[in-house]
Design a protein around this ligand. Structure first.
Ligand SMILES: [Mg+2]
Length: 430
């Protein structure tokens, strides 16, 4: 539900409701070097009330250590461990998830923040400020040591960096292509400048390839790191941000509450638009249904309940499809296929919102027309094989058992052929 915090009482109630406050920085605490009015006081108040505060920023230009200095300079109390940035998320992703080989290095289109965070993880890098200056289509020598190209916000970006990034990604087999974040813009001097997503766009176009991973919000890497590090309860946690498609999406995907401030990117009109309201209502409906199946009370549902949950939300996967979804999810989490396992809300959302997940089942007319193609005698009967073929083509993948179950109630001719109009009536009544 969308609620506008107008009165002092409403704001107090909001503060009392949560133990953990995750703050985006640009557009929430400050714009450039100008801190917004009331920020220092609000932070002090939260600390005094014993609240836990974290900073979660997609801005990769600074390392966590530089952010800490910035906080100190602005008179805001913070600790290094409370700062989570997309540069840090990218460095830990390379090290812990991709197990980036120590004999390889990273080419950076971005700034100091990325370089420093990589160095802290013991990862070698090149590029960034080394590659300034004009470029006259000089020869780019091969550098097989480059095993990843990272793109983040870069206020010194130039053609040389793009040409080198492109060269490594096309010449070096297996070279990873990572974005720290994909914000299209960022707030600056009362308006907006192009963001990291805009910096990466030329490379995406030239390569005709999406990045292998985007680490900033709304990806859940930083939330997972925060929840693991501080062992906090997601139900007592709120994400405060200024951008709908990063901060707010991040909270929704992660199953935590959100507060959108109007000091940065999002406008009140956008927030109140039908588009956004529909999305919010949908997401809260999804979350509610998910909670109903959360039998252990640990914000997960068992893989055994996945099919029921999807059907409860208006999808109509067959048993075979559900098995396939569970198998893929297990594989992505390195869980043995046969084992029942817990699915968190973020993973569930990515399953729920898979392409064609909400595609309606074919209409009776569509099915009948499909069957008629095979009904050469025009007597209303087709063979079981033909029936299966049409169903598969209309996106209804049924197992043999499921089909047998449906056929039990259908009239079958002497030659074993099936009355398909009867069949459609049975399918639709199920
Ligand atoms: Mg922001």
């Amino acid at each position: 539900m969308l609620q506008y915090l107008k009165t002092k009482e409403e704001r107090e109630e909001f503060i009392n409701k949560y133990d953990n406050f995750l703050f985006d920085c640009d557009g929430v605490l400050w714009e450039g070097n100008n801190m917004f009015e009331g920020v220092a006081e609000s932070m002090k108040l939260l600390r005094e009330k014993g609240k836990h505060v974290c900073f979660v920023t997609n801005n990769s230009t600074k390392s966590r250590a530089s952010y800490l200095k910035k906080f100190e300079g602005l008179g805001i109390k913070a600790e290094l461990g409370e700062i989570f940035s997309s540069a840090f998320a990218t460095a830990t992703y390379l090290k812990n998830v991709l197990k980036f080989p120590t004999d390889k290095k990273v080419y950076i289109i971005g700034m100091q923040g990325i370089k420093e965070e990589l160095a802290l993880e013991g990862i070698k890098s090149c590029g960034a400020e080394e590659d300034s200056g004009l470029f006259d289509n000089d020869l780019i020598p091969d550098d097989p040591e480059v095993g990843a190209v990272i793109v983040g916000l870069d206020t010194q970006v130039n053609y040389r960096k793009y040409a080198k990034g492109f060269a490594y990604l096309t010449r070096n087999p297996g070279c990873y292509f990572l974005l720290t974040n994909e914000d299209s813009t960022f707030p600056q001097h009362g308006s907006f400048y192009p963001g990291a997503g805009a910096i990466a766009a030329p490379l995406i176009t030239a390569l005709n390839r999406r990045p292998d991973a985007v680490l900033g919000k709304p990806a859940l890497n930083m939330l997972e790191a925060i929840l693991a590090e501080y062992k906090i309860d997601p139900k007592k946690t709120v994400m405060i941000g200024d951008r709908l498609n990063t901060d707010i999406e991040f909270g929704l995907k992660g199953g935590i509450d959100t507060l959108c401030v109007l000091t940065g990117v999002a406008t009140k009109e956008e927030l109140l638009s039908d588009d956004n309201k529909t999305k919010k209502n949908e997401q809260s409906k999804w979350k509610e249904a998910f909670s109903l199946y959360d039998k252990k009370g640990n914000s997960t549902v068992s893989s055994a309940n996945l099919g029921d949950l999807l059907r409860g939300l208006g999808q109509n996967p067959t048993e075979a499809e559900v098995r396939e979804l569970i198998k893929e999810t297990a594989k992505s989490k390195s869980i043995p296929e046969s084992q029942e396992f817990d699915i968190d809300f973020g993973t569930f959302l990515s399953i729920l919102t898979r392409p064609d997940g909400f595609k309606p089942a074919g209409s009776s007319q569509e099915f009948i027309q499909g069957f008629q193609v095979f009904d050469k005698e025009g007597d209303g009967y087709i063979s079981a094989g033909e029936l299966r073929y049409v169903l598969t083509n209309l996106g209804e993948k049924l197992t043999n058992e499921e089909l047998d179950e449906l056929l039990k109630e259908v009239e079958i001719g002497k030659d074993g052929r099936i009355n398909y109009i009867d069949f459609v009536t049975v399918v639709l009544s199920n």
